[in-house]
Design a protein around this ligand. Structure first.
Ligand code: ATP
Ligand code: MG
Length: 328
């Protein structure tokens, strides 16, 4: 009998992870695995909503899982598994698709944002149903908490509605999952404080970047346009590099702020210092990554084990679902 709550969280396997993924999700997952039962989903079916070219999905999955492991996810504590390898996701998705109207899905603000950002003219049936598959992902494990950024809260709300509808119709099987907001929900990219660091934005520092890459990338980071020369006073509140200091160099952030405002500290030096801090923070990742790069079979073994454990939990849930629905 365990009193630990179950957490379900996942990512679409679209390749190497960046600092934004780390501070917004991964860092939190690592911390939460001490006190919760964490399940980590590799949402490979969800990739199909925006990309039907699956030729690189295996490599992208391996790259992402190595980043998870390098950041400190412990596969013994937290099973990691591919959605496509646990068939019950699609089964529960089908049942859930009967419990929600298309009008409700069309009102989902996240879908509206995607239509605008990705210039989608004709959305597929499966893409509109993205949050229904997500509800199945969470509820298959009876997930109670879902650690997400603010943008994902509307999706968790849809999962809650589906769970409630199911329980009212067929009897109490599912918890109503709650979002657990990540403490650092938005890290800016290298191209400006108003822009989110994102893979598709091309403004990232990857967790796998070398110290030289990190130095080079930070040199191009956009800072206060009014601080042209070293001695010009700067405005840290509009500088993304300062955000990085606050996150990765907290003990020195205040001094750096003072130096920037007075003009005593120039951008070149400020960027050099944060590049060193970020590189130092990623050093332990580098060692673990090197290990898994040299032992790729271990990554697949971890997935095979995670998939077995996920399947066993999924079978239990589906037995409850079938019993409640008088199926079979
Ligand atoms: P894409 O550009 O393809 O949407 P992405 O870089 O935004 O990719 P996702 O795969 O969408 O990355 O996000 C994975 C996880 O990382 C999510 O939990 C998301 O909330 C979090 N995340 C992504 N970017 C950031 C960021 N800049 N700051 C904080 N969290 C982030
Ligand atoms: Mg995104």
């Amino acid at each position: 009998m365990t009193l630990r709550k179950t957490i379900l969280s996942g990512m679409r396997p679209t390749g190497k992870l960046h600092l934004g993924n780390y501070v917004g999700a991964l860092e939190n997952w690592v911390a939460l695995q001490q006190d919760y039962n964490n399940y980590h989903l590799i949402a490979d079916y969800h990739v199909l909503t925006t990309d039907l070219d699956t030729s690189h999905i295996t490599q992208d999955t391996v790259d992402m899982v190595i980043d998870w492991l390098a950041a400190g996810i412990d596969p013994l504590k937290s099973p990691m598994f591919r959605q496509s390898q646990v068939k019950q996701h699609t089964e529960l998705h089908l049942i859930f698709s009967m419990l929600i109207t298309t009008a409700r899905l069309e009102r989902n603000p996240a879908v509206k944002d995607q239509v605008r950002d990705l210039h989608i003219e004709n959305m597929s049936y499966g893409h509109l149903g993205y949050p229904v598959l997500q509800a199945a992902d969470i509820l298959l494990y009876k997930g109670e908490l879902v650690p997400v950024g603010e943008d994902q809260v509307p999706h968790v709300e849809i999962s809650r509605e589906i769970a409630r509808h199911f329980n009212n119709q067929f009897g109490p099987v599912f918890p109503e999952p709650e979002p657990k907001l990540t403490p650092f929900a938005r890290l800016p990219g290298l191209d400006g404080i108003d822009r989110k660091m994102s893979k598709s934005g091309g403004n990232t520092i990857f967790l796998s970047d070398s110290p030289e890459d990190i130095q080079k990338k930070l040199r191009t980071a956009v800072t206060d346009p009014q601080k042209v020369r070293k001695n010009d006073p700067g405005r840290p509140e509009i500088c993304l590099v300062h955000t990085y200091h606050q996150k990765f160099n907290a003990p020195e952030a205040e001094d750096i702020e003072t130096g920037c405002r007075s003009g005593a500290l120039g951008c070149v030096e400020c960027k050099k210092r944060i590049a060193e801090r970020i590189s130092a923070c990623l050093t332990p990742f580098r060692e673990k990554r090197a290990y898994f790069d040299a032992h790729p079979q271990e990554v697949f073994d971890i997935l095979t084990d995670g998939e077995q454990r996920a399947r066993s939990r999924a079978e239990h849930t589906m037995a409850d679902v079938h019993a409640a629905m008088h199926l079979g």
